[in-house]
Design a protein. Structure first.
Ligand code: AMP
Ligand code: MG
Length: 352
């Protein structure tokens, strides 16, 4: 299959291009598209054959459910059993935006889309090209991130191409994603709303709208003997080929320790990559050093992280050290950054 790439600018959306992409979905095909979080790999959410194709293209286990993307809040009503008060409030507050809600599905959504679950994940993305595309596609686009399973989520169309060329019908290139990490997932089928995956919308922001909200314990500490509730969280996603260790401590000590370990690894013939920040990058020596951005602007780190992990893979890096991006509990996108970094590191973090 030849994969066609089309360019769509968010501020200058071509009806014709969006129409062409929508038609592919209506005919049962697959289209990767930009959102504000990461690139999605879309198929018709109401067609089980399309969902099965998504799993095949990604090489993803089919018990790991997809997120149904909609372009109008009211469309949520036609795919779920019931819209609880909390879902109405959250949709009003955060949609379109980087928030995915888990609700009880109705018969319109096939089990192939939900990985056999009776619940469905729903999100309305904040990206004009995505919304126009979903509309043209019939209104319900099932989409996980557009990476091959085991690779970091793609934040540029180029990375979608690397993973999906020849496996899907079309890629809509909309440039870089504004956020760069996947959406927050909140489960509203529990008595107390439960965050299954942290993202740009934080627990604090959800609590302001709903009152009490909890975070799945598995989020920041790996399995810990307890199975995470979002099926996707049990797979070791986002892992770079190099073995990643996070070093946490005061900036000066961390730089020193990473330089020491890096020199040792080099002697052993390893190819070392280091993730620092704008402030520290210049102090690292003799390795492939990349700045994740500025600690003063966490958004820059969120946007850069997955690109760095991919670049290390391309460079054949075998050992990676990263600074830690821990920060006071409850604040900003830091928890989401740390959650993805910990997963990529297989939860290997050393405090010095
Ligand atoms: P991705 O967009 O690639 O990150 O994949 C979608 C994520 O949403 C995965 O982590 C899934 O496990 C999660 N997800 C989708 N549907 C559900 C659901 N019904 N219940 C819990 N988690 C879900
Ligand atoms: Mg994914």
């Amino acid at each position: 299959m030849e994969t066609k790439v089309i360019l769509i600018e968010e501020e200058k959306i071509s009806r014709e291009a969006v129409g062409e992409a929508g038609k592919i979905i209506k005919n049962g095909g697959l289209v990767a598209f930009p959102t504000e979080t990461v690139y999605g790999l879309g198929g018709n959410a109401l067609d089980e054959k399309a969902s099965e194709k998504i799993y095949r293209a990604k090489g993803r286990p089919s018990d790991n459910p997809l997120i149904v993307h909609i372009c109008r809040i009211e469309d949520m009503y036609s795919i779920v059993k019931e819209v609880p008060e909390a879902a109405k409030k959250l949709a009003d507050a955060f949609w379109p935006g980087p928030l995915t809600m888990i609700l009880e599905k109705n018969e319109k959504i096939p089990y192939a889309t939900t990985g056999g679950l009776d619940t469905v994940a729903v999100r309305m993305p904040a990206h004009k090209a995505a919304l126009a595309f979903i509309d043209a596609a019939g209104g319900y686009v099932a989409a996980p991130s557009a990476n091959r399973s085991g690779k970091p989520s793609p934040t540029l169309a180029r990375y979608v191409m690397e993973d999906m060329d020849g496996r899907i019908d079309m890629i809509i290139d909309g440039g870089g994603n504004r956020i760069g990490l996947e959406s927050t997932i909140v489960d509203l089928t529990e008595e107390v709303p439960l965050i299954l995956r942290p993202g740009y919308i934080t627990q604090e922001m959800l609590e302001k709208v709903l009152g009490r909200v909890e975070t799945d314990r598995a989020v920041m500490q790996g399995d810990g003997g307890q199975a995470p509730k979002a099926p996707g969280m049990k797979y070791r996603h986002y892992s770079p080929e190099g073995e990643l260790t996070i070093i946490s401590g005061s900036e000066e000590k961390v730089v020193e320790e990473i330089n020491r370990r890096s020199a040792e690894m080099k002697k052993r013939g390893e190819k070392v990559g280091i993730i620092g920040t704008d402030r520290t990058a210049a102090f690292y020596k003799g390795a492939s050093v990349k700045s994740a951005g500025s600690r003063e602007e966490e958004g820059s780190i969120a946007r850069t992280l997955y690109r760095i992990l991919r670049e290390f893979d391309d460079e054949g890096i075998t050992v990676i050290y990263s600074e830690s991006f821990e920060e006071p509990a409850g604040g900003g996108i830091g928890q989401a950054i740390m959650n993805r970094l910990l997963k990529a590191a297989g939860y290997r973090i050393e405090r010095i």
